[in-house]
Design a protein around this ligand. Structure first.
Ligand code: BES
Ligand code: ZN
Ligand code: ZN
Length: 474
């Protein structure tokens, strides 16, 4: 499925060629006539990219605005990769060589954009996509280990997309655990799955309450990547929301534009699982644990109801005011469980509130936390990976609506500033350095956007991978 990638030293005449340039005088390909070069120059004045099909070869140019901020230029190179892929696909051209004439290291971003575009989810289709990009040749400075790393990270992103794309008819909580085990076997991280009995014995009241309306049992997944050469002595703990389908429970969601795409509600779980996959597969020297509580959220005879008071894993009591605010309940149990690791840092990732989508849409996730230096690093990694973050403060006032007269907390709060309120709810269960990422608008798109396909996007895996590698493995 993935193209074969090799480095070559010289431009091959008989292969389609894609070139990143800064200015039109870098159009020097000797396969082009003077007129064609002029055509390209004129096109590039109006557009950022252009191409010419000289059957059987495609010549593609992208002008990268290298004077812009570096992260924007990097993203332009990725977008060029995705444009190139559409052109190759429509011309059915199966091999291409990439080169970079810009000052700066844009070749790997160009390759990344191309690779991220190769994705299809055709498991349930009788007629599969027939086009396959077979071979990519790279001319320029990129090491074989960089190429390998990029391939592995792309595979991780594709695994995250697959997990989000799989409907509940396949991906129940138990199946999610099986998929996690499969990924663990491939990449070499360990996986322990707590079943319902164990979850009951541990008294994970949040996860159990949400699961009560389901006919499928919950799971609590513990993943660990602990290489001998890990740079950190206390682990990084990642926590991901694993609601394999969110109907809202008895506080039922309406179907159009709401419940209809709630198979995405385990996207946070998919992000942390595939981040571990990429870290382990690339043998990054860092000790990381991932916790994924998983269940669907459904109405049924025994479902939890508004008014219920539940006791969480750490003993906190919670008055349920809305069964659709279920994510915070399962995450809270996982965040309490994380304490036992004495973590260096905990990052949770969740499709927690519709308000995060209202704030940031498909172009960013909302972040908050109690560790400013880590948040700064995460946000700057967000720019470089173009999986960007908008930070909101966790001011004390936002905890007020979570008070209850009959329990320690209520699970709803008020509508205003709901993302922050949900964050304050989670904060109650933490006693360590912690970042919460609420990413409701990014994991799933109705229409493709550059190298992010329609359906599951895998947004977040590249962000967490690079953040952990940069901050803790160097
Ligand atoms: N899974 C949803 C949040 C969500 C919304 C994810 C849109 C992706 C896209 C979450 O469980 C939820 O239902 N949140 C409610 C909370 C409310 C009842 C306080 C919301 O945001 O409306
Ligand atoms: Zn919900
Ligand atoms: Zn949810």
């Amino acid at each position: 499925m993935f193209p074969k990638i090799s480095k070559i030293t010289e431009n091959r005449q008989n292969i389609s060629t894609a070139t990143l340039i800064e200015s039109s005088d870098q159009i020097i390909d000797n396969r082009l006539t003077q007129d064609e070069k002029r055509y390209f120059s004129l096109q590039l004045e109006k557009n950022e990219d252009c191409s010419l099909l000289k059957v059987p070869i495609l010549l593609f140019y992208k002008k990268v605005g290298t004077s812009k901020e570096h992260y924007l230029a990097l993203e332009a190179a990725r977008t060029a990769g995705s444009k190139l892929y559409s052109k190759l696909k429509s011309a059915k051209i199966e091999s291409v060589q990439l080169q970079n004439f810009c000052a700066g290291d844009y070749l790997s971003a160009f390759l990344e954009g191309l690779l991220l575009s190769v994705y299809t989810f055709d498991k349930y289709l009788k007629e599969k996509e027939s086009f396959v990009l077979n071979e990519i040749f790279l001319i320029g400075e990129i090491s074989p280990s960089e190429i390998d790393e990029l391939l592995t990270l792309t595979k991780a992103v594709f695994a995250a997309r697959d997990l989000v794309n799989e409907p509940l008819s396949y991906l129940t909580a138990q199946q999610f655990s099986k998929e996690i085990e499969k990924l663990g076997e491939i990449a070499g991280f360990s996986v322990e799955v707590f079943n319902k009995q164990k979850i009951e014995a541990l008294k994970m009241g949040g996860l159990l309450a949400v699961n009560r309306g389901s006919i499928d049992p919950p799971t609590f997944n513990i993943l660990e990547w602990k290489p001998n050469n890990a740079k950190n002595s206390k682990p990084i703990v990642l926590v991901g929301k694993g609601i394999v389908f969110d109907t809202g429970g008895l506080s039922l969601k309406p179907t159009p534009n709401s419940m209809d795409f709630m198979k995405t509600d385990m996207a946070g779980g998919a992000v942390v699982v595939t981040t571990l996959f990429a870290l382990a597969q690339n043998k990054i020297p860092v000790h990381v644990v991932a916790l994924v509580p998983a269940t669907d959220n459904r109405p049924d005879g025994n479902a939890y109801v508004p008014g219920d008071i539940i006791t969480m894993f750490d003993g906190t009591t919670v008055e349920i005011r809305n069964t659709d605010a279920e994510g915070r309940l399962i995450l809270a149990d996982a965040l309490s469980y994380a304490k036992k690791y004495g973590p260096l840092l905990v990052v949770d990732y969740a499709t927690l509130t519709g308000a995060a989508d209202i704030v940031a849409g498909q172009y960013a996730a909302v972040a908050m936390g109690n560790t400013p230096a880590n948040l700064e690093k995460l946000k700057s990694t967000g720019l470089d990976t173009f999986e960007r973050l908008i930070e909101v403060p966790l001011w004390e006032e936002y905890a007020k609506p979570l008070k209850s007269k009959i329990a320690d907390l209520n699970n709803l709060g008020v509508r205003e500033a709901q993302s922050t309120i949900a964050g304050k709810f989670l904060e109650h269960f933490t006693d360590y350095e912690w970042i919460h990422i609420d990413s409701a608008g990014t994991p799933y798109l109705n229409e493709a956007d550059s190298y992010r396909p329609a359906g599951g996007t895998g947004y977040g895996t590249r962000l967490l991978y690079h953040f952990i590698k940069r901050s803790f493995a160097m």
